[in-house]
Design a protein around this ligand. Structure first.
Ligand SMILES: [Zn+2]
Length: 100
């Protein structure tokens, strides 16, 4: 692969990543937290895997996968705000959590 090809591939990957990130953020904002309804900021909304055994990839590195793969992963998740997510995770570890 030439330097120019590498440059083009990197630019294309960057664009794909930005598109997917924007789409995921829009999805989060449209959905909002499943528990408290928060939807003021996409960075405070997180994807919570309902069944961790079904987790095939984390969203941090999923930006380059196909749209179908991304959608398939999203349907396994619930949108939770950072606070509710922390409480749900604490509950799973045996701490005081919500009934979930
Ligand atoms: Zn919440």
């Amino acid at each position: 692969m030439t330097a120019r090809q590498k440059e083009q591939r990197n630019a294309s990957n960057k664009r794909r990543k930005q598109e997917r990130r924007a789409w995921i953020q829009g999805y989060k904002m449209a959905t909002g937290c499943a528990l408290c309804g928060f939807k003021a900021h996409p960075e405070a909304l997180q994807l919570h895997h309902l069944d961790p055994t079904q987790k095939t990839r984390t969203f941090g590195n999923s930006y380059l996968c196909s749209w179908d793969t991304l959608r398939a992963e999203l349907v396994k998740c619930q949108i939770l705000c950072a606070n509710c997510h922390a409480i749900v995770e604490a509950g799973k570890r045996g701490g005081a959590g919500l009934a979930r």
